[in-house]
Design a protein around this ligand. Structure first.
Ligand code: FPP
Length: 248
């Protein structure tokens, strides 16, 4: 998947985060069960990972399973866990070959033991890779992430090892699941809804947000290129005026 001509290779977003929505509705439109939509969604995952790797994205975070998704019917949850496990087992060789490092964010203690085992093995075996970081959000919720961070910080304050005045953005960053990663530059949501759904609430403060009606199973190379095109056409001011940004 060579980089499309429409994209400036020098201004690729470093970190792209994606809310992969619409699998269920896409399946329904085809008269198929929801899990079929998730299965085709895995093919989109494979294609977008390949594009991100070749186009020079450094970090790709995919919202694969939220804290709220545990409330779905047991067979759908089981089906998603099975797809995840198979994906990891199947893609390991490709991750090693293409220097993809797998990381995850979320409360992975809640995952079934076998899935967690495969996840931990994959992370260990790809830990030294440096081209793309594929970061899976699993049993992830932005509020839960902030709660665990605030608890740790409060503990340190109460033990007397941290002064309240030392609490700043950097300290909070360092207590999040994403401590090692840059903030997302571009956040994409497929499936026609325009909300964050508890995803990267702190980290997405300055992300460009791109909503598309395309359902996740249809989100492939062209659609990803359009999102990056739009990102490159927007001016990121970080609170400054246009004149300040243009003046550097
Ligand atoms: C949202 O669609 C999608 C999910 C909750 C799961 C996303 C999972 C995958 C694409 C497959 C497994 C992931 C990996 C990384 C191998 P939805 O079911 O909410 O769709 P709907 O809004 O149309 O019902």
């Amino acid at each position: 998947m060579p980089i499309p001509d429409s994209i400036d290779p020098d201004r690729i977003p470093r970190h792209v985060a994606i809310i992969m929505d619409g699998n269920g509705r896409w399946a329904k439109q085809q008269g198929k069960p929801r899990l079929y939509g998730h299965g085709v969604g895995v093919v989109s995952v494979q294609e977008i990972v390949e594009c991100a790797t070749e186009w020079g994205v450094e970090v790709l975070t995919l919202y694969a399973f939220s804290t709220e998704n545990w409330k779905r019917p047991v067979d759908e949850v089981g089906g998603l866990m099975g797809l995840l496990k198979n994906y990891l087992l199947k893609e390991l060789a490709k991750m090693v070959k293409n220097s993809i490092r797998l990381t995850c964010i979320g409360d992975i203690a809640k995952l079934p033991g076998d899935v967690r085992q495969v996840l931990e093995d994959t992370m260990r075996e790809t830990a030294a890779n440096s081209r793309l970081t594929l970061n899976l959000a699993l049993s992830y919720g932005g509020r839960a992430e902030l709660i665990q961070a605030i608890r740790k910080i409060a503990e340190d304050v109460s033990k007397g090892v941290l002064d309240v005045s030392a609490i700043d953005e950097r300290l909070i960053d360092s207590h999040l699941y994403t401590a090692e990663l840059p903030d997302p530059d571009l956040l994409i949501r497929t499936g026609g809804e325009a909300r964050l759904s508890n995803f990267l609430l702190w980290q997405a403060s300055y992300a460009e947000i791109y909503f598309t009606d395309t359902m996740w199973p249809d989100f492939r190379e062209q659609a990803f290129a359009s999102a990056i095109d739009e990102f490159q056409g927007r001016e990121r001011r970080f609170g400054k005026t246009s004149a300040q940004v243009e003046g550097g």
